[in-house]
Write a protein that binds this ligand. Structure first.
Ligand code: COA
Ligand code: AMP
Length: 627
């Protein structure tokens, strides 16, 4: 039996032994009494009784073990023309001092801190400072608007918010502080303190005494030590899009997370202590949490924090420049980024002159990797291109080609095989196992491995209802697909109304709520349609209230702007069309899946429960119009 098959079998047959061994790579302040606490299904807890500190494992421990002078973080920012390296020693000092500053602002173990920052080193420092204090961070992606930030503030109820004066997008400065001020006004929860990083590109006005400047706060503070926390205590909350407009607060614990991420770094990514790892994502997404910040630092790697884009900062050779300059061993990004590079530099001419001899592998995830993009990247880079599938909820890969454990043959279009710890099943609608090759819901038999979500923030009920009820004893991933005869998993797309735009997970429900709030709109639907660059883009369809005489040429751009203002530019909703009606079932459910299928040019089966098939016929030409 190969190394992969043996490890996989052990992880499923005896998870306690498997993860108990993996836990030896983490520094425990109090060792756990139990590896897996399965006393209250469907809730499972890992490493109960154990105490540790995640920041200690990510920083202090490495300094004590002799990595103090090794680069921990390389900040590479073409948009501000800055490259700066922080050693483990320097980063530990910065984090300890900022943790002291947060403590002086009243933040303690268990308190929440919302972090709304662009891709600057302070984002990493703030996250680790929270971990150091045992406080729970909740990072909100900078591309979300004030309303989305307010919703997250009301759910997490933070003691403090850490933000900056601005973000720097290619060619434009994004003022963050006015968005924060507006969010704090919209939120019902009152935040006592905001710590603001003033950037030289734009100075923010502060609201005293609520707001304090980062530098001032740090100057006045004493460094804080690592506070021991329970393995089961929350490390962070990360909000992700569900089917409804209300985001889900995915909770991550400290112990299981440290063990799983540390294990994944070597076994999935083939990257170990001292190696340089670069996840070209954003700290506001789960990829950023896991593979810009925590996994590389828990492993003693050097991580790259890139404030730029794959194209336009300054050109489509940016990724190759960064990978060469910092001797990156593994690069992780989203297929969209590679499609953007391919579009601008189809022959890979901009690779010339960059020494990529350190680069072993390109990892891609966040959305489906289409075979064309896979083949193009493999050809121009001439090294393995590895797809892997996972989601915010799991925090680390569910299905992958385990480069460290046992590299396997790649099948273009499949992220390969279940990762040890994940008992992946394909289920038919009645819950029975689907035969090899047959599509069904992708589910994971409980318990999920360490590092995955133990629950949703203060909402056990929604956790059970969203993920554990459809197929009792299983976690529902929300993706559909099949497993082939060789055990390779094929992920074909979401089975719900979540969409994936440029690797960003978005809720059509949120956009629908905004559009429906316009006084001229009777009802609406937002669907995700295929796009050659971004994978999917949202498209809005609205039905006007009877008697309303709005001109579509005026109304539609207004609705687009409302979504941009209230959800954020990241929603990328560019097209809204007025239609005479929406197809529905007799019970009133809008047939979004059917419309999506028609828009994507697929053969669709129209359900017999459709109320008025004529509505669909009038919509066909609108839906088929290319984006
Ligand atoms: N703060 C403020 N605004 C942001 C933002 C942030 N952190 N991130 C994105 N935006 C804005 C963009 O400026 C853009 O605004 P615009 O409509 O005024 O141009 C909008 O949100 C949409 O952004 P995006 O979807 O990123 O599109 P883009 O056209 O700017 O760039 C790509 C296209 C392909 C270059 C870009 O999508 C990309 O790099 N994708 C990689 C995906 C990725 O890293 N995903 C992370 C998950 S692994
Ligand atoms: P997020 O929670 O933002 O990481 O988004 C997770 C969702 O993105 C998954 O449920 C999938 O729908 C999609 N996804 C992520 N990675 C892949 C992949 N490698 N192949 C296909 N879909 C993916």
């Amino acid at each position: 039996m190969g190394a992969y098959a043996a490890a996989y079998e052990r992880s499923i047959a005896d998870p306690t032994r498997f993860w108990g061994l993996a836990a030896r790579d983490v520094r425990w302040l109090v060792p756990p009494d139990r590896v897996l606490d399965d006393g209250a299904p469907p809730f499972y807890r890992w490493f109960t009784g154990g105490e540790l500190n995640t920041c200690d494992n990510a920083l202090d421990r490495h300094v004590e073990e002799g990595r103090g002078d090794q680069p921990a973080l390389i900040y590479d920012s073409p948009v501000t023309e800055t490259v700066r390296t922080y050693t483990y020693g320097e980063l530990t000092d910065l984090v300890a001092r900022f943790a002291g500053a947060l403590r002086a602002q009243g933040v303690d173990r268990g308190d929440r801190v919302v972090i709304y920052l662009p891709m600057v080193p302070e984002a990493v420092v703030a996250m680790l400072a929270c971990a150091r204090l045992g406080a729970v961070h909740s990072v909100v992606f900078g591309g979300f608007a004030a309303r989305e930030l307010a919703v997250r503030i009301d759910d997490a109820r933070p003691k403090a918010v850490v933000s900056a004066s601005c973000g720097v997008e290619a060619g434009r400065i994004v003022p963050y502080k006015p968005l924060l001020d507006q969010a704090l006004e919209l939120a019902k929860h009152k935040v006592d303190r905001c710590v603001i990083r003033q950037r030289e590109q734009l100075h923010a006005d502060l609201v005293r005494p609520r707001d304090v400047e980062w530098d001032e706060a740090v100057a006045a503070a004493a460094p804080a030590e690592c506070v021991p926390v329970a393995a089961t205590d929350p490390l962070y909350i990360l909000y992700t899009s569900g089917t409804t407009g209300r985001p889900k607060g995915v909770v991550r614990d400290n112990g299981g997370h440290a063990v799983a991420l540390r294990w994944s770094m070597e076994n999935v990514f083939g990257v170990g202590p001292g190696d340089v790892f670069w996840a070209a994502s954003d700290v506001g997404w789960v990829v950023g949490h896991s593979y810009i910040v925590y996994a590389p630092l828990l492993t003693g790697c050097t991580t790259v924090l890139y404030e730029g884009k794959p194209v336009g900062t300054p050109d489509a050779g940016a990724f190759w420049r960064v990978a060469a300059q910092h001797r990156v061993k593994a690069l992780f990004t989203a297929p969209t980024a590679i499609r953007a590079v391919k579009k601008e530099d189809p022959e890979g001419a901009l690779l010339a002159g960059h020494d990529l001899s350190a680069l072993d592998t390109l990892f891609l995830a966040g959305e489906r990797l289409d075979p064309d993009t896979y083949r193009w990247a493999s050809r121009v880079l001439d090294r393995p291109v590895i797809d892997h599938w996972w989601q915010t909820e799991t925090g680390w890969p569910i299905v992958a080609n385990l480069r460290g454990l046992e590299p396997m043959a790649v099948k273009a279009g499949s992220p390969s095989v279940p990762v040890p710890g994940y008992d992946v099943r394909i289920l038919a609608p009645d819950g029975s196992p689907a035969p090899p090759g047959a599509d069904g819901d992708i589910a994971i038999r409980l318990p999920l491995p360490p590092g995955t979500l133990p629950t949703l923030w203060q909402d056990d009920e929604r956790f059970v209802e969203s993920y554990l009820t459809r197929f009792p004893g299983h976690y529902l991933t929300g993706d559909g697909g099949h497993i082939d005869e060789d055990g390779y998993v094929w992920v074909m797309g979401r089975t719900d109304d979540v969409i994936n735009v440029a690797g960003h997970r978005l809720s059509t429900g949120t956009m629908e709520e905004v559009i429906a709030s316009h006084p001229a709109v009777a009802e609406c639907a937002v669907i995700g349609v295929q796009d050659s660059l971004k994978g999917q883009v949202p498209r809005g369809l609205v039905v006007l209230k009877s008697g309303v005489l709005a001109e579509p040429e005026e109304l539609c751009p207004e609705l687009v702007q409302m979504v941009r203002d209230q959800v954020g530019p990241v929603a990328s909703l560019k097209e809204v069309t007025v239609v005479p009606g929406l197809p529905k079932t007799r019970s009133g459910k809008i047939l979004r899946g059917v419309m999506r299928g028609i828009a994507d040019g697929q053969e669709v089966t129209v359900p017999s429960t459709i109320e008025d098939p004529g509505v669909l016929d009038t919509l066909r030409p609108v839906l088929r119009k290319p984006t």
